[in-house]
Write a protein of this length. Structure first.
Length: 255
């Protein structure tokens, strides 16, 4: 009697595959949006044929993929910490011609790296970049609740009541904005420095949260992500993370 069990060969051939753009991103070749653009421009070939659909399934272990006529291979995983100065844009290219974090990395001999999360133009401090999309997703997905610590200079001297309200949070435009912790570090006559910890980050989260209480942000510095502190890294400079630092930040994804 003939068995109805599928053969191991059939099981392997029917295994799910990712879309081509995601494959290129996961291999650390470029960002997913850059991959989609390159595919639509006809710059990517799979087994000798131009593919124009970014969602077309691809298997880099079984298929030969070329980008701009060069074979695509998985890049060595790179993880760096950068001390972003104020006024620098976190973008690969800026339509207004402003300086970007990639200007700080040029001539460094690094592969393509994507920012892990964001800091707006007026903010400064610790920014991570990597070509490991799985590791990056683990740090940025809200369900993982990775703490991010900021030192924030404000144009007021908040009392404990206000600090408690920052933790209680607000709802603005359908989004809940709250701090995990908010403490007063020091103050002068007219302004103060706060330490604010977030376990998720929405667009301009701290500025909007404080603004809802009538407080303006004068300066905002991210000083830590999870267990990784900015430390003494000079402004505008970067360094590689150690394997242990990457592992502690991203768990198995950074191993």
């Amino acid at each position: 009697m003939r068995s109805s069990r599928p053969s191991s060969r059939a099981s392997t051939s029917s295994a799910p595959r990712h879309g081509l753009a995601r494959v290129l991103s996961k291999m650390g070749v470029c960002s997913r949006s850059q991959a989609e653009k390159a595919i639509r421009e006809g710059r990517v070939r799979v087994d000798g044929k131009v593919v124009l659909d970014p969602e077309r399934p691809a298997d880099p272990e079984r298929q030969r993929i070329l980008l701009d006529d060069a074979p695509v291979a998985a890049s060595t995983r790179v993880y760096i910490a950068l001390n972003k100065p104020r006024g620098i844009v976190v973008s690969a290219a800026d339509e207004r011609g402003r300086d970007t974090v990639y200007d700080l990395l040029k001539d460094a001999g690094l592969p393509w790296l994507g920012p892990v999360g964001r800091l707006d133009k007026a903010s400064e401090g610790l920014l991570l970049l990597s070509n490991d999309s799985v590791w990056a997703a683990r740090l940025t997905e809200p369900r993982h609740h990775v703490d991010k610590t900021y030192h924030v200079q404000v144009n007021d001297i908040p009392d404990q009541v206000l600090l408690d309200r920052l933790v209680e949070g607000i709802v603005e435009e359908g989004e809940r904005l709250a701090a995990r912790r908010a403490t007063l570090l020091r103050h002068g006559e007219k302004n103060a420095w706060l330490e604010i910890v977030l376990d998720e980050g929405r667009n301009r989260h701290i500025r909007r949260l404080l603004g809802a209480h009538g407080i303006d942000v004068l300066r905002l510095i991210r000083v830590a992500i999870g267990p990784l502190a900015l430390g003494e890294l000079p402004k505008g400079q970067w360094r590689h993370l150690s394997p242990e630092e990457a592992r502690r930040l991203g768990g198995e994804a950074g191993a």
